[in-house]
Ligand binder design. Structure first.
Ligand code: ZN
Length: 562
């Protein structure tokens, strides 16, 4: 056979004659308030109530799940109506039954359906079912546009489900309806293609999936298995961590070279607070390695796998501070051509290091306080609060107490930042660490510039120990980078140092020698120099000093070295 007659075509009048008795069969129960069709209870509902139900389902379940629920709901409606029609017209050929279904679908107010003769092939005897149709004024597309606006995907889910259910009942085979374009997408009408499942799945893979009921039991079982697998992974990782905690921790602070008690104190506190998420304030002169310590805290913390982001607040203007840290909406200021997340959002799950925090503007201070108090950021030009999970490590070389006293830094913010404070010692407070650092930096720059330098002339090491190092480790690094480039011999000589060291050397030579503590200092220096020159090997150092290893060891112990 060919396509069923179009509802507005020549066969339509005859079918109307068929459907009218059916519609007359709607009866309203006088005593019980039931609306019946062929003894089956029916329901007339407002389009808006369907729209509202869809709205709630989408909101509650998300589009994917809501689509499945509504398709199955439509399927059930079509299936039941198919049954009612068959009872109403028991002798009617199935093709006529199919068309009656289309007419009833329209009469129920879903849409006006027009079959496209082009491409439609129906030959049930040969198992061919391929119907193409246009659905005008779909109630579902209308409600979707009303409540959600235009959609990227077709939305006539209950309507498609109705057609599939109706035909599946009549033909006793699984029929699927696929909406190829929809009015909700901006087309003048919706287009459907209807056919047997096996054939349809060839053209639209997965098109029948929505008709399968969501098996919650199965879903929960899968979820349970996933959770159990994750638990196993966590257990294994924890066991591995327990097996090797010192290595992980030691590495975190490895970049901080030195054995002085002053440095050890700072690292101990850092190690202790790394495990918790409290805010840390690192103080200390410029160049002491505050960022290295902050990095160590991040690396030794449970956030080590998360992002590490460092910002020097002093390098940004006041307006840039706010947009960099907190982000901005599109068009928030001239030139903001797109929306942008700030560093707080970027650092979520990790650590944000705010160097020179004392340089933050008043507005950035206020916003930072809000993050610390409420854990939310608001992008410039937006009202929406975004939750962030960021650990803040701040640093300053200034005396923030004084800033607070002078009203340049918010007291409430200062107390929030200063939960744990760690003071990085100046290089001059770190005793022989300067020699150890010098040795390490020599090897570092030697490797970088391809220079194989063996060590330092003794007077250089003496000067290193005596120099006040106002620029701390950074100054030492600069001095050594220059020296490695300049050195001509196998050792760094006085000539390879900046001129200010030559002046230091002259005044040291002019200073009168002192007794007691001075003598001890000299011996300490000599031993330190020998150790440094021999790369820490005691036997070589003893040989340099012309004493036995045992004597060297005894003297080191007395002088508190090593
Ligand atoms: Zn549609």
């Amino acid at each position: 056979m060919t396509a069923p007659p179009a509802p507005n075509g020549p066969g339509f009048t005859a079918l109307r004659a068929d459907i009218e008795p059916l519609l007359r069969d709607f009866t309203l129960g006088e005593h019980d308030g039931r609306l019946l069709l062929q003894g089956r209870r029916m329901l007339v509902q407002s389009a808006r109530s369907l729209g509202q139900l869809r709205e709630e389902l989408i909101h509650l379940l998300g589009t994917e799940l809501a689509r499945g629920v509504l398709k199955r709901y439509g399927y059930q409606a079509g299936f039941q109506d198919g049954h009612a029609l068959c009872q109403c017209h028991p002798g009617l050929p199935v093709e006529q039954q199919m068309h009656l279904g289309t007419v009833l679908h329209q009469k129920k107010g879903h849409a006006r359906i027009e079959t496209e003769p082009e491409g439609t092939h129906v030959d049930l005897a040969r198992g061919v079912l391929d119907i193409r149709s246009r659905w005008h004024d779909s109630v579902e597309a209308e409600q979707h546009l009303l409540l959600h606006g235009p959609s990227a995907e077709p939305v006539c889910w209950t309507l498609g489900g109705y057609a599939a259910g109706h035909l599946s009942y009549l033909l006793r085979r699984e029929v699927v309806a696929v909406e190829t374009t929809c009015r909700a997408q901006g087309h003048p009408y919706c287009r459907f293609r209807v056919g047997f499942r096996e054939e349809m799945e060839k053209h639209f893979p997965g098109c029948a999936d929505d008709y399968r009921r969501l098996d919650l039991g199965h879903l929960f079982h899968e979820l349970e298995q996933t959770v159990e697998a994750q638990r196993r992974t966590i257990r294994e990782l924890r066991e591995r961590l327990d097996a090797a905690p010192p290595a992980a921790n030691a590495q975190a602070f490895a970049a901080l070279i030195g054995r002085s008690p002053a440095l050890a104190r700072a690292v101990d506190i850092a190690r202790a607070v790394a495990g918790v998420s409290s805010t840390v304030l690192i103080t200390g002169e410029s160049g002491t390695g505050k960022e290295l310590l902050a990095r160590g805290i991040h690396a030794a913390s449970p956030r080590a796998a998360g992002p590490w982001i460092a910002l020097n607040c002093a390098t940004l203007t006041e307006s840039l501070q706010t947009t960099e840290l907190f982000g901005h909406a599109k068009g928030a200021f001239t030139g903001a051509s797109g929306a942008r997340a700030g560093l707080f959002e970027a650092a979520s799950g990790g650590t944000l290091f705010l160097d020179e925090v004392g340089e933050l503007s008043a507005s950035a201070q206020a916003a930072l306080l809000r993050v610390l108090q409420e854990g939310v950021v608001v992008r410039l030009g937006e009202h929406r609060e975004r939750r962030v999970d960021v650990r803040i490590v701040a640093a300053t070389h200034r005396d923030l107490d004084e800033h607070v006293a002078r009203g340049q830094f918010r007291a409430d913010l200062y107390y929030r930042l200063n939960v744990v404070s760690i003071r990085m010692p100046a290089l001059r407070e770190r005793g022989n660490d300067v020699l150890l650092l010098a040795q390490t930096l020599l090897a570092h720059f030697g490797a970088r510039f391809g220079r194989n330098l063996q060590g330092f002339a003794p007077e250089v090491l003496r000067l290193f120990l005596a120099h006040p190092w106002p620029g701390n480790v950074r100054e030492l690094a600069n001095v050594l980078e220059r020296a490695v480039l300049l050195a001509r011999g196998p050792h760094v000589e006085l000539d390879d140092l900046p001129e200010r060291f030559a002046a230091d050397a002259a005044s040291a030579a002019a200073a009168p020698p002192s007794a007691g503590a001075g003598a001890a200092q000299t011996e300490r220096e000599r031993i330190a120099v020998a150790l440094a020159r021999s790369g820490g090997r005691r036997e070589a150092a003893a040989a340099l000093l012309g004493i036995s290893r045992a004597t060297l060891w005894r003297r080191m112990k007395r002088l508190g070295l090593g």
